[in-house]
Each structure stands twice: as structure tokens, then as C-alpha cells.
Design a protein around this ligand. Structure first.
Ligand SMILES: [Zn+2]
Length: 52
């Protein structure tokens, strides 16, 4: 019996932050759209700085 496992490896088709549809593979792998990815990076940097 055949089943549909085509998209099993894809983690997210929508941005986890704003829910926007992700169209390119990179964004889908990240789970963020380009804009939200940038913001997420900036926030991560801030946390690094405030950590020390
Ligand atoms: Zn987003």
C-alpha cells in the first residue's frame, strides 16, 4: 500500500513568527521568512551581549 510521505521532511511551511507563507527552501528550513529571520538573528545577538 502506498502512502503520501512526500513532505515529511519539511518542518514548516509558514513563518513561525508571523504565520506568513514560506516559498523558498531556505525559509522553510529555518521556519522564518527573510524579515523575521533577520529579526530573530538580531535578537539572538542581543541575548549574547546581555549574557556577558
Ligand atoms: Zn514572519
Amino acid at each position: 500500500m502506498e502512502q503520501d510521505y512526500e513532505f515529511k521532511e519539511v518542518s514548516a511551511l509558514e513563518c513561525v513568527k508571523c504565520g506568513r507563507e514560506l516559498k523558498d527552501k531556505r525559509s522553510i528550513e529555518r521556519g522564518y521568512g527573510p524579515t523575521c529571520w533577520k529579526k530573530a538573528q538580531e535578537e539572538a545577538e542581543k541575548e549574547k551581549q546581555s549574557d556577558s
